[in-house]
Design a protein around this ligand. Sequence first.
Ligand SMILES: C[S@@+](CC[C@H](N)C(=O)[O-])C[C@H]1O[C@@H](n2cnc3c(N)ncnc32)[C@H](O)[C@@H]1O
Length: 478
Amino acid sequence: MILLGDALETLKTLESESVQTCVTSPPYWGLRDYGVHGQIGLEKTPEEYVEKLVEVFREVRRVLKDDGTLWLNLGDSYAGGQGRGSLKLSDKQSSNKGTHFQLGKSCKIPNGLKPKDLVGIPWRLAFALQQPYERVRIKDRIDRAWLAALIDGEGCITALECKSGHGSGNSYPPILQVRMCDPEPIIRCCEITGYGKGSPKQEPPSQGGQRGSYQWRIHSRKAADILAEIYPYLLVKRKQAVVAYNLQTVRDSYETKRGAKIPEDALAKQLLCREILQKLNARENVDLPSWMVEPRIAVEPGWYLRQDVIWHKPNPMPESVRDRCTKAHEYIFLLAKSERYFFDNEAIKEPATCGWRGSQFHTGKTGEHQLGRAQKVRQRIPNNTRNKRSVWTVSTKPFKGAHLATFPPDLIEPCILAGSRPGDLVLDPFAGAGTTGIVCKKHGRQFLGIEINPEYREMALKRIEDWNFKTQLELEIA
Ligand SMILES: C[S@@+](CC[C@H](N)C(=O)[O-])C[C@H]1O[C@@H](n2cnc3c(N)ncnc32)[C@H](O)[C@@H]1O
């Protein structure tokens, strides 16, 4: 199955822990225009590009089983143009020409880079994926500080009393609000948090003749999460933030089913929070109960970066450079959700190489003095295979369909064989022409793809459907 849509948004609709492995190749940075609104790869800076992909792969991480893995193929590019590297380069493998950053005439060299610098995109992304991930809505710290200052000056952190008509008793959600005569700050609150979007409604002037006002207001978990993000920058309303945050934590601790009674201790804590908030907002000094904790942003652990496989291309694109070597490799990163993960190394063992006078060597050194030991090892390994090495030599193969950036099926075969069992579900959130789907079909795995371009999706579906053992993969690709 291939779902049509943006990878991030579509991933959000998938069930958690439902996928065994993800094998994918996202659009490379600044390489080509796939001609679809919302596509990834055209970001102005490497930082923006990495940030977007980190978001996508956090969702991939959520949908992976705990012992799941991610195989991520990515190539690098050079900053600055030397005449080559318009957006429509011939194929994915052309990235080994050293695709130059040249996203249009207005494009500048990204900060911190000089013309001819290797951007280092694969490693930038790999390191970013390794980092713990803060689930924040306000990405920019300056925006968090700005909102904190606004709340300190013009905002209100309080709790409401919501009457419940379902026998579950009253509820006291924390509320975070800003009310102003000017719409601009209100619009900015909406923009930076993503909450309360749409033009803010103006409330009519009060009877006393005061000007009408605009309001931004969020409550419950949304309010608690935003308070956690701005808490380090608050000065005046720090205590209110602590109380409102803990109030929501208490509310989260019991089931809010219709008609279900709120536990007495939880209700007592809510009432206490509300009372303290009222006092603090009336500028009374109140000591906070010891059970209250400081607001904290939710942090997810980073990926385990387990391997940088080198995809060695024996047939790289020729380059006319004379001040560096011709580029003949890309990376495939193996990342895992947990410390221990499913990896079938037996499924991808490679033939043991022959050493001096045809002897077999299964460990590092070769040479006459190793002969005896190697013979013993051979007796223990009946099939004369060894653990797969981390340099994979796979020729690039141009794909004759309209899609221009396919990876060779041979390249990802080991990823699927080692990363999943027959029958397991394999994901590719940038499905393109469906190569991952074809290899899944070949090896009896289920496949779930996501692709933003409807034409590519159609092409991929057809390519997967048409594939069978008789029409070998090689026949499909010119
Ligand atoms: C490098 S290609 C993948 C090719 C694929 N590995 C294959 O062998 O056929 C990247 C694909 O990502 C798609 N894409 C770009 N932005 C996307 C997005 N935001 N969501 C989903 N797909 C996207 C592009 O249309 C393109 O088909």
